[in-house]
Design a protein around this ligand. Sequence first.
Ligand code: NDP
Length: 281
Amino acid sequence: MIRWSNSNISDIKSFRKLSNNNSIPVLGFGVFNLKERDEFDGALNCALDAGYRHFDTASIYGNEDMLGRAISESGVNRSEVFVTTKLWKSDFGYKATINALNNSLLRLDMDYVDLYLVHWPQKEKLAETWEAIEEIYTSGKAKAIGVCNFSIDYLKLLFRHCKIKPMINQIEHHPYLLQKELVGFCFDREIQVVAHSPLMWGRIVNDDTLKGISYEYKKSPAQIVLRWNLQKGIAVIPKSANRERIIENADIFDFHITESDMNKIDSLDKNLRVGGAPLSL
Ligand code: NDP
């Protein structure tokens, strides 16, 4: 079973080494659904103050420009933040992918992203799309590359076409959706797993078992779930627009969940997802 030792996840600056030797901070801040400028800026500034340095956006979220501006106006150096954006399905194809990344960089007002991801699996034009992503990586416009929501079959299909393997697979992952086989497959191939929707859109905090565990640790159910991910070797990118919850979600580095409680949380798996189910091949 995969476990991170405490020393690897001791504070908010903790990171995970990727297969290309770059690092990804284990805690990130997701910005899906933050669309209003005031709300976006409030959340981003609060996240930066709380110490988050990893931000997850996508071209389809329509807020790359707000993210770029908020980071730039914060005074935090570009080199101190880890920025992810993603290629949407309608931009598949060699030239379209190159253009999409360039447009994302223009909106972000950045020279590079730290991570560029294929947002959703799609068989059509996958080979030429990945070829463009490899080109983007080689040119330095993306420091790392990867995919989202790829099943084992989709990863195997990609391996048949790629020269450079994805460094990340960002998937829905929380106590009701463990995807053990897929997570194991990724770890065996040095593909770092990042949990999107790690709080199941906020619904997971109502689980009675998690409430019981959280009472014992004097932590909230959300903090238990985020820490559980980290101890499993999985990075997390929770989203919140609320100041208290942004701070709460970052306060997960001062406790350790025992093996027995880790297993108790694992046993909640129901193969239940809140996001869309990736298409099978
Ligand atoms: P999350 O699981 O992060 O849940 C977000 C919801 O949980 C919000 O409604 C938020 O409400 C609530 N919440 C946040 N913190 C707490 C807390 N401590 N206690 C209780 N409720 C809380 O869902 P997301 O789908 O937003 O996933 C996170 C990020 O993952 C996205 O923002 C995006 O960057 C990425 N993502 C990627 C996908 C992909 O296909 N690659 C798909 C989906 C997401 P409030 O804001 O009011 O605090």
